[in-house]
Design a protein around this ligand. Structure first.
Ligand code: F6P
Length: 560
């Protein structure tokens, strides 16, 4: 990003050194590295903010790391970190800062961005969110017919859905027990199927919708919101003897979260039910602020603040730690090494804790929408690989789905194993606790066993006799293990911040902008044109033969 000569990364001296170095390590098996370096776990493992990061199963050695640190310096990583955290306009194509880290600054911090201290504004918006949360948790928010609200449906997509969905699921155990019960649900898909399910089983009198959309123009979310509004109006305006006004129904049953107050007002969201945030927070980085309303509704404001504090401790570490100790930098460098020098361009995210069910989906957006780019910050096409294909699932379930490919397929894949060390201490009944703890041990045993087999291959088995080729495991598949002391609001905050900063460091080295997403804009525009044609308001003859055929098939089905 800020490399001294504005050179592309592949022309930096350290890149060339790493290329040669990779040739020497390319054919060294991980089992050899472990065989020759008994202290590998110790030298490649770091602990910070409730997280243990084990990078010893990466196919690298001390020299690799030294060269990678040089690359990071040559690419300007330290000054880029400073620029990010101090609010410089790092999002060059949109000419604005990317200040998600400001959302987790403590109230007594100061951060002047372009002459203005933004911390007070951030905390005022948190306080505004807290007021809404308190009303709902006190059972004081009443629907248009006077009943207290029991269900909150978040309508959003991408960053306005995935983060809150992932975190509410992960931290469901942290629900305060002294509050009026409010259940949180998520509907994101534009086809309406998730929403239709809720509409069929929720009571409109006790349900409100949170319209979450930074832009307030996303058709997926607006189409769900329009359907929800029609449902409420048809169910509630004629409810009981006295008609209820449409205005009251919309007022009492919608909260808006957006960077565009005008658009929220235009849609009908009451002023005091609007939560705003800033253009300088990217959608996929927005869960820390008002887009996190569903999180605060599930875990309460105290836990939400602990979540922010966990992320903030990772931010401080990121800002202050030397590269050799810096978890996000190390994680990023492992990725750069795999993608650009070992040519491993598939990356799987494998949590061994059911509460992290949506973590991979969340990271898919964070990593691939941020770094799935092929143009440098100066607008030149890149001639090196950037973000790998990243996907994942709960590890234990993936063992019965795609691990076959990890162990015996032709694609090299790097894996991130993620698990908490402690689990189920809070379960009251001793027998149930004992059984659940045994299940946790089982999950960890599988987690550790899988990364071991991926590393050692056949050698992981002690009774390794001769066997046919189809029963052989080649091993040598690199992996990272991230252990959380336990899954708490604070450690989850640190974990997410770890990955956010990893993505940033990689973007700096690849010289791309991780904070825009122009690649999704064309799809949106073309969809609008196609919709006109599907609705018989456009010119079908302009379409290619395949698209034409598909539309005609749809029209034919509509006629049946
Ligand atoms: O489709 C891409 C995207 O722009 C994401 O970056 C964003 O998180 C999502 O759409 C939703 O956008 P919005 O919050 O503006 O509705």
């Amino acid at each position: 990003m800020a490399s001294a000569s504005n050179a592309t990364p592949d022309t930096l001296p350290a890149w060339q050194t790493l290329k040669h170095h990779a040739e020497t390590l390319q054919h060294v098996h991980l089992k050899t590295l472990f065989g020759t370096e008994p202290s590998r776990w110790k030298s490649f493992t770091r602990q910070v903010a409730g997280l243990t990061l084990d990078l010893s199963k990466q196919r690298w050695d001390d020299d690799t790391l030294e060269h990678l640190f040089t690359l990071a310096s040559e690419a300007g990583v330290p000054s880029a970190i400073e620029a990010l955290l101090s609010g410089k306009r790092v999002n060059v194509s949109e000419n604005r800062p990317a200040l998600h880290t400001a959302l987790r600054l403590p109230a007594d911090a100061t951060l002047e961005v372009e002459g203005e201290d933004i911390v007070a504004a951030v905390h005022e918006s948190l306080a505004q969110m807290e007021r809404l949360v308190s009303r709902l948790h006190a059972g004081q928010w009443r629907g248009a017919t006077g009943k207290p609200i029991r269900h909150v449906v978040n309508l959003g997509v991408g960053g306005s859905d995935l983060g809150p969905l992932m975190v509410t699921h992960a931290l469901a155990d942290y629900r305060p027990n002294d509050i009026h019960p409010v259940e949180v649900h998520f509907a994101s898909t534009m086809d309406g199927s998730q929403l239709a399910d809720y509409l069929s089983r929720l009571n409109p009198e006790t349900t409100i919708f949170v319209l979450s959309s930074k832009s307030f123009t996303t058709i997926d979310t607006l189409s769900n919101a329009n359907t929800a509004r029609e449902w409420l109006l048809s169910q509630l305006t004629q409810h009981g003897a006295t008609p209820i006004s449409a205005e009251l129904v919309v007022r009492q049953h919608f909260i808006g979260v957006s960077a565009s107050p005008e658009k929220m007002t235009e849609w009908g969201i009451a002023d005091d039910h609007q939560l705003t945030f800033w253009e300088w927070v990217g959608g996929r980085y927005s869960l820390w602020g008002t887009i996190g309303l569903p999180i605060a509704l599930v875990v309460g404001m105290d836990n939400f603040r602990a979540f922010l504090a966990g992320a903030h401790s990772m931010d401080r570490h990121f800002a202050e730690a030397e590269m050799a100790e810096n978890l996000p930098v190390l994680l990023a460098l492992a990725g750069i090494w795999n993608v650009n020098f070992l040519d491993i361009r598939a990356h799987s995210i494998l949590p061994y804790d059911g509460r992290l069910e949506y973590f991979a989906a969340y990271l898919e957006q964070l990593e691939m929408e941020s770094n799935g780019k092929s143009v440098t910050r100066q607008g030149q096409p890149v001639n090196y690989s950037t973000c790998p294909v990243l996907w994942g699932q709960l590890g234990p379930n993936a063992q019965h789905a795609f691990y076959q490919l990890l162990h015996q397929g032709t694609q090299p894949v790097v894996c991130d194993f993620i698990a908490p060390l402690k689990r189920y201490d809070e379960v009251e009944d001793p027998d149930t606790r004992r059984h659940l703890k045994a299940q946790h041990r089982l999950a960890l045993a599988n987690c550790f066993a899988q990364s071991r087999v991926l590393m050692l291959g056949d050698d992981a088995l002690e009774d390794d006799g001769p066997r046919p080729e189809h029963k052989r495991y080649r091993g040598n598949q690199p992996s990272t293990t991230v252990l959380l002391d336990q899954l708490t609001p604070a450690t989850l905050g640190s974990l997410i911040a770890l990955y956010e900063h990893k993505v940033f460091v990689q973007a700096v080295i690849w010289d791309i902008n991780p904070f825009d997403q122009w690649g999704v804009e064309l799809g949106k525009k073309i969809a609008t044109d196609t919709q006109k044609i599907i609705d018989h308001q456009g010119d079908l003859s302009r379409m290619d033969a395949s698209s034409k055929g598909l539309i005609e098939a749809f029209w034919a089905a509509e006629q049946e």
